[in-house]
Design a protein. Structure first.
Length: 220
């Protein structure tokens, strides 16, 4: 079967994600769109040039980091060393870090905005509320957050056997849970909706992903 429930206690699913993206980095990056989703304007139109942005799950830097680095001070973080190697070539003006975002620390209030496209659903969903707490800590008051999740409703994590020839892990809540998490972690939701899947390949199936645009509440 191409999909199965990710309930094997002997499997390190985070390492599975790292291995999968290291293996397919070139092929995956080659199928990314070269222009960013228009929803990225929700971030850019509210920031002054030189603002500090964190791109979580930045991949090879195309198109999000590449688009933002021309205007802003960008830091990208990704668990895949091969993806980061590509990102450094594609976006030489940005700073890139190979790390697990759940084990990384940044100074409080360091960033003016955080973006994360097509990445959070590779982190075990039981960690997602804590991830949003981290985002709130790293953002200044009034800082902006834009991220996507999977389109699938609330359900257990699962693996896909044929993700660019390898096995990939996915884990996600339904949109209503993220709205609750955002409110509980200090954010005010400004907009939510649907974005495309980020693929530039005419052979790839059409994808849609829910997105959330939120602002860290003042005084937090």
């Amino acid at each position: 079967m191409p999909f199965k429930i990710a309930d094997d206690p002997e499997t390190n699913y985070r390492e599975l994600v790292r291995t999968a993206y290291n293996r397919c980095a070139m092929d995956y990056a080659g199928q990314r769109r070269t222009t960013p989703e228009p929803e990225l304007n929700l971030i850019t139109e509210h920031l002054a040039p030189g603002s500090k942005i964190l791109d979580v799950g930045c991949g090879a830097g195309i198109p999000v980091a590449q688009h933002l680095a021309g205007m802003f001070n960008l830091t990208g973080i990704d668990i895949s060393s091969n993806m980061i190697a590509l990102a450094k070539k594609n976006v030489p003006t940005a700073e890139f870090i190979i790390a697990n975002v759940m084990e990384t620390e940044f100074p409080a209030g360091r960033f003016d905005a955080i973006v994360s496209f097509y990445a959070i659903f590779h982190i075990p969903r039981q960690e997602h509320q804590d991830l949003l707490r981290r985002f709130a800590q790293w953002l200044r008051p009034g800082g902006l957050l834009l991220f996507t999740v999977a389109r699938y409703d609330d359900g257990p994590g699962y693996t896909e056997d044929d993700f660019f020839g390898g096995t990939m892990y996915w884990s996600n809540f339904g949109p209503s849970t993220y709205k609750k998490f955002l409110t509980e972690t200090g954010f005010q939701i400004e907009k939510d909706g649907i974005v495309g899947g980020g693929s530039g390949s005419i052979d790839a199936p059409e994808e849609v992903h829910p997105f959330f645009f939120a602002i860290k509440r003042e005084g937090l």
